[in-house]
Ligand binder design. Structure first.
Ligand code: NAP
Ligand code: ZN
Ligand code: ZN
Length: 347
C-alpha cells in the first residue's frame, strides 16, 4: 500500500483537515498519477455536507484531476511515465453492461465507481478523490490532456466541462439556437463558453445581477437578472434549450415558461427537489430532462474540442490550506468561476 497525503472531511459537515490515505500500488493495468491540480466542484460540497444522503467518511473529495504519470503497470499500453493526463468523476465501471459497452460508463448498470465517496468494483475498497498528492487508476479511465493547454485551467473541464458539453451535444446545439444557461458558477461559465463555441446564441440567467458584465466578457450574448420582477414575463417562450446548473432549490416551473414549444430544459444542478406543475410541461409540449457528466469517450472528445476551440476554465488558484474558505465562498456564489487547488501546497 502507498501512504498518500490528502485532505479529508472526517464526518458530515466537518471541515477538511490533513489526513493520510492508503492507495494500491499500480497493478498490471493501472497507472500512478502525481496530481498537479484539482478543481473544487459544488458536488464536493454537497457530498461533504451529506446533502444527498449516504455519504462515506472519511471523505477525500475531488474529481477534476490533472497530473502526470509517475508509474505504469506491466500491461499498460496507452500511457508512459511523464504523460499529462486527467481523471474525472469516475475511476471504474463493470465494462460489460449495455451502458458501459456504449461508452456511457457514468450510467453503469452494476454501479459506477465514482472517484470518491464510493467503492471500487470490488464493492468494498473506498475511493478517494483528488484532494491528495497521487492517485492509482486503471488506464482505461484516464484522459489525455492535449498538449499546450495551461493545466490549472484544464482541471475543471474534467467535471464542469463534460457536464455541460454532454447535454449541449446530445440536444444538437449549434448556430441559430437560442440557449439559456441558468446559474453562472463553475458549470454555468463552462456552459456559456462551450455553447458559444458550438455556435449558439447564449443568454445567462442569473440571480446575481452584478454578474452581467462578467457574463458578457465570458462571451454571452445577453444577460437576464432573474431578480427583476418582469424577467420571466419578458422572456417567455424565448429559448430553444435551457441548461439549468443551479445548486440551490428554485422554481423549475418559472424557467420552463421560457422554453419555446417542444423544447427541452436539462437539469444538471442537483439541489433539493421542489414541486413541479404538470401545466409547465403540458403547455407547449415541453420537456424536462437531466444529464450526468459524460462517458470516457465523450470526455476525451470534449477535451479535444476545448483544445481546438481555445476553451478553458476561468479559475482562482489556491493552496489546499484555503479549501474550507473556498467552500464558504462557493456557497455564497463568490467565485470567478472555479477554485482550483495547487497540489504542490500539500507536498
Ligand atoms: P457553483 O459554482 O456553486 O454554481 C452554482 C450557481 O448556481 C451559482 O454560481 C449561482 O449562479 C447559482 N445559485 C446559487 N445559489 C442560488 C440560489 N439560492 N438561487 C438561484 N441560483 C443560485 O456550482 P457548480 O460546481 O457549477 O455546480 C452546480 C450544480 O451542479 C451543483 O448542484 C452540483 O452538485 C451539480 N453538478 C452536477 C453534475 C452532473 O453531472 N449533473 C456535475 C457537476 C456538478 P448565479 O449567481 O449566476 O445565479
Ligand atoms: Zn463535479
Ligand atoms: Zn457497466
Amino acid at each position: 500500500m502507498l501512504k498518500i497525503p490528502a485532505y479529508a472531511a472526517m464526518s458530515a459537515k466537518a471541515p477538511m483537515t490533513p489526513h493520510t490515505i492508503d492507495r494500491r500500488e499500480p497493478g498490471a493495468h493501472d497507472v500512478l498519477i502525481d496530481i498537479l491540480y484539482c478543481g473544487i466542484c459544488h458536488s464536493d460540497i454537497h457530498q461533504v455536507r451529506d446533502d444527498w444522503g449516504g455519504s462515506l467518511f472519511p471523505m477525500v473529495p475531488g474529481h477534476e484531476i490533472v497530473g502526470t504519470i509517475a508509474k505504469v503497470g506491466g500491461q499498460v499500453s496507452k500511457w508512459k511515465v511523464g504523460d499529462t493526463v486527467g481523471v474525472g468523476c469516475f475511476v471504474d465501471s463493470c465494462r460489460q453492461c449495455e451502458a458501459c459497452r456504449q461508452g456511457e460508463e457514468q450510467f453503469c448498470e452494476e454501479g459506477t465507481s465514482f472517484t470518491y465517496n464510493c467503492y471500487e468494483q470490488d464493492g468494498k475498497t473506498p475511493t478517494y478523490g483528488g484532494y491528495s498528492t497521487r492517485i492509482t487508476v486503471d488506464e482505461e479511465y484516464v484522459l489525455r490532456i492535449p498538449p499546450g493547454m495551461p493545466l490549472e485551467r484544464v482541471a475543471p473541464l474534467l467535471c464542469a466541462g463534460i457536464t455541460t458539453y454532454s447535454p449541449l451535444k446530445h440536444y444538437g446545439i449549434k448556430a441559430g439556437k437560442q440557449v439559456a444557461i441558468v446559474g453562472l458558477g463553475g458549470l454555468g461559465h463552462m456552459g456559456v463558453k462551450i455553447a458559444k463555441a458550438m455556435g449558439a446564441t447564449v443568454t445567462v440567467l442569473s440571480h446575481s445581477a452584478h454578474k452581467r458584465e462578467n457574463a458578457m466578457t465570458l462571451g454571452a450574448d445577453d444577460f437576464v437578472a432573474t431578480s427583476d420582477k418582469d424577467a420571466f414575463k419578458q422572456n417567455a417562450r424565448r429559448f430553444d434549450f435551457i441548461l439549468d446548473t443551479v445548486s440551490a432549490p428554485h422554481d423549475y416551473n418559472a424557467y420552463l415558461e421560457l422554453l419555446k414549444r417542444d423544447c427541452t430544459m436539462v437539469l444538471v444542478g442537483i439541489p433539493d427537489p421542489i414541486p413541479l406543475s404538470a401545466a409547465s410541461l403540458v403547455q407547449q409540449r415541453r420537456h424536462l430532462a437531466g444529464s450526468l457528466i459524460g462517458g470516457i469517450r465523450e470526455t476525451q472528445e470534449m477535451l479535444d474540442f476545448c483544445a481546438k476551440q481555445g476553451v478553458l476554465s476561468d479559475i482562482e488558484l489556491i493552496p489546499i490550506q484555503k479549501v474550507n474558505e473556498a467552500y464558504e465562498r462557493v456557497l455564497k456564489s463568490d467565485v470567478r468561476y472555479r477554485f482550483v487547488i495547487d497540489m504542490a501546497s500539500l507536498k
